[in-house]
Design a protein around this ligand. Structure first.
Ligand SMILES: Nc1ncnc2c1ncn2[C@@H]1O[C@H](COP(=O)(O)OP(=O)(O)O)[C@@H](O)[C@H]1O
Ligand SMILES: Cc1ncsc1CCOP(=O)(O)O
Ligand SMILES: [Mg+2]
Length: 267
């Protein structure tokens, strides 16, 4: 298998062989997440029913699980898909949307963490709480700065033997040992609902493309959002125009530009 060494090389490889990514995600995010994957060069499938989610995970190249709009039947599908993805040796990504808010969500996430996600992607409040800390999250929105979540991310990554990505003004990625920060994007991004959920799906697409380098694939997905977010913000009048410009910026981003403009630093 070719070793993909940079975010640009991974983006190019993803477009040459678009991975089928099963996205179990919330009603709010389904449309934009699918469009983010298509614009980036991947092939999304929003398949969550308990009757088929496990079977589908066996044919997809990666799975993403997002608890944004949860119900009992959805949890059955998530569990089945996560087990099937793991059995098939495929990466899967957990997005613990507002898990701290209710006992129902906390129990669902505890069950999913027990199935050992390959990658966990959340905002600072979600990661702080997932590591056992006191977070100031409000609903699905973070009220904590990423820098205050870095220690939690390191501990969670070590405990879960997973890559943990904390996103916000400056993203932070760690596997418990290595750690990097990624700068870029735009303050308009948290004003567009489900961009974090969409990023979780793109992390799945990159992990499917470079399964031999899960840490690097996670960084590459976040760097893609960071560069495309900067481009989309140019000329955007607000969150509405930013949203469609963001899809165009993802589609227009090429490998060379991504490698030239990604701002990734050792933490
Ligand atoms: N203030 C900011 N400046 C630049 N980029 C941001 C900012 N806040 C969030 N982002 C970016 O927005 C995307 C969505 O992440 P985030 O808003 O943290 O997740 P969530 O939507 O799950 O809370 C990520 O690419 C993140 O880097
Ligand atoms: C508003 C809302 N409610 C349940 S899920 C969701 C979308 C959350 O998206 P993100 O975590 O990307 O902000
Ligand atoms: Mg989120």
């Amino acid at each position: 298998m070719q070793t993909l060494t940079t975010p640009g090389a991974m983006l190019k490889a993803m477009r040459e062989k678009p991975p089928l990514v099963q996205c179990i995600t919330n009603y709010v995010a389904m449309n934009i997440a699918a469009n983010v994957l298509l614009a980036s060069g991947a092939s999304p499938a929003m398949v969550h029913a308990a009757e088929e989610a496990g079977e589908f995970a066996g044919i997809a190249s990666a799975l993403t699980v997002n608890i944004g709009t949860l119900s009992a039947q959805w949890i059955d599908g998530m569990q089945a898909a996560a087990k099937a993805a793991t059995s098939a040796g495929r990466p899967w990504v957990l997005d613990p949307v507002a898990h701290y808010a209710t006992a129902f969500r906390r129990n669902a996430v505890a069950g999913l963490l027990a199935l050992k996600p390959t990658i966990i992607r959340g905002n600072a409040s979600e990661i702080i709480a997932l590591a056992g800390g006191e977070s100031r999250g409000q609903g699905v929105d973070s009220r904590d700065p990423v820098e205050q979540a870095e220690g939690s991310a390191r501990r969670l990554a070590a405990r879960q033997q997973a890559v943990v990505a904390v996103t916000g003004a400056v993203d932070f990625v760690t596997d418990g040992e290595r750690a990097v920060r990624i700068t870029g994007g735009s303050a308009l991004m948290p004003q567009v609902t489900a961009l974090g959920c969409s990023l979780t799906c793109l992390v799945g697409a990159f992990a499917a493309t470079a399964p031999e380098d899960i840490f690097g694939a996670t960084v590459a997905a976040l760097a893609t959002f960071a560069v495309a977010g900067e481009d989309a913000a140019l000329g955007a009048a607000g969150p509405g125009s930013f949203a469609w410009r963001f899809l165009d910026a993802l589609a227009a981003l090429d490998a060379e530009t991504l490698d030239a403009r990604a701002r990734i630093s050792a933490a």
